[in-house]
Design a protein around this ligand. Structure first.
Ligand code: AGP
Length: 615
C-alpha cells in the first residue's frame, strides 16, 4: 500500500525515481509525486492525481535536475486521491519534503495541537502531520533534523515508512520504519537507494539492508550507512544479498503482469520444489522441518492465519494436512483472529501465509500468536519481508516477484509448499504409508508439466470470455479440495473485472443460493474427476433444472458432463489434493480475459493495492 522510492548519489535522480515508481506502482496508483533538490539547492516538488505515467507527463517540462530525491505512489487512506493529498508533503516553511507509507493513528490529536500553534495544513492526509510536526520540533527546539525526527516519532502512534529531504542539507535523506517495509540499497558508487521493496533497487545493486521497526537511517553522500534508533543508539542491520533479476520485474512480451505470471506457473512450481524434492531418493527435505522437527511433529493443532488469496491457499492446506498428518487445522482470517480472543496453546503451530510478507493483519496475528507462546511458521514469497523476519521459521515459496495485483502464481506456490509440508510432516508423524507417500510425491513432481497442459486452455477461454462480459453476478461452485478453488476463482473475477461473484460449496446451493439461479447468471463449476465427482454432477443438474448456464471444468475425456453443461474446459487428471493446482489456472485465465474484454486495467484494479500494509 503506497510505494516509496529514494535516491542519493552522483547520477541524475529523476530517471531512477521515475523508473522506481513504475516498478512500485502495483502498491498504489491513485496519485504520485516526486521531490528533488536541484544544483542550486532548490527543493522541487511535483505531484499529480492519477498514475505514474501522468506524473511523468506532468514533469516533462519541469526542472528535474538533481542527484537526490524521493518519490511516492499513493493508495489513499485519509483524503481522496488528488494532487494536494499526494505525497511528497512539504513543511510550512517549504524546507522539508516527506513521503509516507502507513497510517498515523493519532494524527488528529497531533494536527489539532499544531493548528493551535499556527501551523497551516494543505492536505487532509494523516501523513502531512509528520512533516509539520518534525519541522515544528526542529525549528522550535533548534534541533538537527535527525534529532527532530527522533523526538517526533516518539509522539506518533501508527505505522510508517518515511523518507525526508531537507533543503538545507541537500546531501542527506533520513528515513525511518515502524510496521511498514523499507529497504535500503547500497550502490557500489557510494549511492544509496531506498524503496518499499527491492524491486526498484534490483537493477542497481544486489546489496540491501532491510530496516527493522524503530530504525532510523541516515543516508549521506560519501558516508557509510548510519542506522540508529529513536534513542540514538547505533543499530547494526545485516547487509543481505537480493536475488531478483530484471527479467522478473518486466512483462517479457505479455500485455499484463497478471498474464505473464499465470504463464510462469509451471516454472515457478519447479523453482518452488527445486532443492526440496529429491527425485533420485523420492523424498522431500524442508530445512524448517529438519531444524524444528520436534516442535512441528508434536504439534497438537495447527492454526493457519492469512488474508485473501493466501487464506484460500490455507483452506487447501487444511485439507491436505488433516488428510495426511491427522492433526487438526483451523484456518482463520488474520483480520478476525487478531481482534478476538482466540485460544492458543503453547503446543500450537501457527502458520502465517502471505505473498508479500507485509500484510498488516497477518503481521498482527503473528504478534498475537507469539505473545501467546505459540510457535509461528511463515510461508512467504518476498525474501526478507517482515513476516519471515517475525516468524520463528518458515518456507519461502520462491515463485519470483509477483507484480500483478491479482495473485496467481503465489497461490499455486503456497499450495505447493503446503503440500510439501504436509507430506514431510506426515512422514515424520508416521501417518502416511510408504506407498501413499510415493504416489503423492510422484504426482506432485508431474504438476508443472500438467500445468503446462492446463495453460493450453488459454485460447478456448479467450474465445469464451466475451460471453460473460454482460454478467452482473457469477457463481463459482466446487466441493472438497475444489471449494477453495471456487472461492479463489470468484475473488479473481471480482478484483479485476468488477463483476460480483461468489464462491460456494456446491452442495450448499440448495440451502439458499439456488434461489438466485436464472439464465442470466453464469455458473462455473469445478467438476473434475475426484472423489466427489458424482455428487457434483447432481449439483450441476440442480442448476440446469433451474435454467442456469453452466461452464464446467472437467477432467480430460469426460463425456458425461459435456451432455448437459453449456461449455466444458478440460484439464489433465490428477490426485484430488492437487486439483487446485490445475483448476485454478483456467479460472485465473477466465477472470483475466473477461477483464480485458471489459477494457479494465488488469494489473491495476480500482481501489486495490498489492500489499495491504494498513489494517
Ligand atoms: C489476491 O488476488 C489479492 N490481491 C489479495 O487478496 C491478497 O491475497 C491479500 O491481500 C493477502 O496478501 P498477502 O498474501 O501478501 O498477505
Amino acid at each position: 500500500m503506497c510505494g516509496i522510492v529514494g535516491y542519493i548519489g552522483t547520477k541524475n535522480a529523476y530517471p531512477i525515481l521515475m523508473e522506481g515508481l513504475k516498478r512500485l506502482e502495483y502498491r498504489g496508483y491513485d496519485s504520485a509525486g516526486i521531490a528533488m533538490i536541484d544544483e542550486q539547492g532548490k527543493l522541487n516538488i511535483y505531484k499529480t492525481k492519477g498514475k505514474v505515467a501522468d506524473l511523468e507527463s506532468f514533469c516533462a517540462e519541469k526542472d528535474t535536475t538533481g542527484h537526490v530525491g524521493i518519490a511516492h505512489t499513493r493508495w489513499a487512506t485519509h483524503g481522496e486521491p488528488s494532487s494536494i493529498n499526494a505525497h511528497p508533503h512539504y513543511s510550512s516553511s517549504g524546507r522539508l519534503a516527506l513521503i509516507h507509507n502507513g497510517i498515523i493513528e493519532n494524527f488528529i490529536t497531533i494536527k489539532e495541537k499544531l493548528v493551535a500553534r499556527g501551523i497551516q495544513f494543505k492536505s487532509v492526509t494523516d501523513s502531512e502531520v509528520l512533516v509539520q510536526l518534525i519541522e515544528y520540533i526542529m525549528l522550535n527546539n533548534k534541533l538537527e533534523l535527525l534529532e527532530a525526527v527522533q523526538v517526533a516519532l516518539h509522539q506518533v502512534i501508527g505505522a510508517y515508512a518515511i523518507a525526508i529531504l531537507d533543503r538545507e542539507h541537500p546531501q542527506t535523506i533520513i528515513c525511518a520504519r515502524q510496521s511498514s517495509p523499507l529497504v535500503i540499497g547500497l550502490g557500489d558508487d557510494d549511492a544509496f537507494y531506498l524503496a518499499s521493496d527491492a524491486s526498484p533497487i534490483a537493477e542497481y545493486t544486489d546489496k540491501v539492508v532491510y530496516l527493522n521497526d524503530g530504525d532510523i537511517a541516515v543516508l549521506q553522500l560519501g558516508k557509510e550507512l548510519n542506522v540508529v534508533n529513536m534513542e540514538n543508539e547505533t543499530q547494526h542491520p545485516k547487509v543481505r544479498q537480493i536475488d531478483v533479476t530484471l527479467g522478473q520485474l518486466e512483462k517479457g512480451g505479455f500485455p499484463y503482469f497478471m498474464l505473464k505470471e499465470i504463464f510462469e506457473q509451471p516454472n515457478c512450481i519447479r523453482d518452488c520444489m527445486r532443492g526440496r524434492i529429491h527425485t533420485e531418493e523420492n523424498s522431500i527435505t524442508l530445512s524448517a522441518v529438519i531444524d524444528y522437527r520436534e516442535k512441528l511433529v508434536n504439534a497438537s493443532r495447527i492454526i493457519i492465519v492469512a488474508c485473501g488469496t493466501s487464506w484460500h491457499a490455507g483452506l487447501i492446506g487444511k485439507q491436505i494436512i488433516e488428510d495426511l498428518c491427522r492433526v487438526p487445522v483451523e484456518v482463520e482470517y488474520a483480520s478476525e483472529f487478531r481482534y478476538r480472543n482466540p485460544i492458543i496453546y503453547p503446543n500450537d503451530i501457527v502458520i502465517a501465509i502471505s505473498q508479500s510478507g507485509e500484510t498488516a493483519d497477518t503481521l498482527a496475528a503473528i504478534e498475537l500468536a507469539r505473545n501467546s507462546g505459540a510457535f509461528v511458521f511463515g510461508i512467504c514469497n518476498v525474501i526478507g519481508a517482515s513476516i519471515p523476519r517475525r516468524t520463528q521459521t518458515g518456507i519461502y515459496i520462491h515463485v519470483g516477484p509477483e507484480i500483478g495485483v491479482a495473485s496467481t502464481k503465489a497461490f499455486t506456490g503456497q499450495v505447493t509448499v503446503l503440500s510439501m509440508l504436509a507430506l514431510c510432516l506426515a512422514k515424520e508423524r508416521h501417518t502416511i504409508s510408504a506407498n501413499k507417500y510415493q504416489k503423492i510425491l510422484n504426482e506432485l513432481m508431474r504438476i508443472p508439466e500438467k500445468m503446462e497442459q492446463a495453460l493450453e486452455t488459454n485460447e478456448q477461454i479467450e474465445h469464451l470470455a466475451p460471453i460473460f462480459t454482460y454478467a452482473k453476478n457469477c457463481l463459482y461452485l466446487g466441493r472438497g479440495y475444489n471449494y477453495p478453488v471456487a472461492l479463489e476463482g470468484a475473488l479473481k473475477l471480482k478484483e479485476i473485472s468488477y463483476i460480483h461473484a461468489e464462491g460456494y460449496p456446491a452442495a450448499e446451493m440448495k440451502h439458499g443460493p439456488i434461489a438466485l439461479i436464472d439464465s442470466e447468471m453464469p455458473v462455473f463449476v469445478i467438476a473434475t474427476h475426484d472423489s466427489l465427482y458424482e455428487k457434483v454432477i447432481s449439483n450441476i443438474q440442480e442448476v440446469r433444472a433451474r435454467g442456469g448456464r453452466v461452464t464446467a471444468l472437467v477432467t480430460e475425456g469426460d463425456e458425461r458432463i459435456k451432455q448437459f453443461a453449456n461449455h466444458v474446459i478440460e484439464l489433465p487428471d490428477t490426485l484430488d489434493c492437487f486439483q487446485p493446482l490445475l483448476a485454478s489456472i483456467p479460472l485465473q485465465l477466465l477472470a483475466y480475459h473477461i477483464a480485458v474484454c471489459k477494457g479494465k486495467d488488469v494489473d491495476r484494479p480500482r481501489n486495490l493495492a498489492k500489499s495491504v500494509t494498513v489494517e
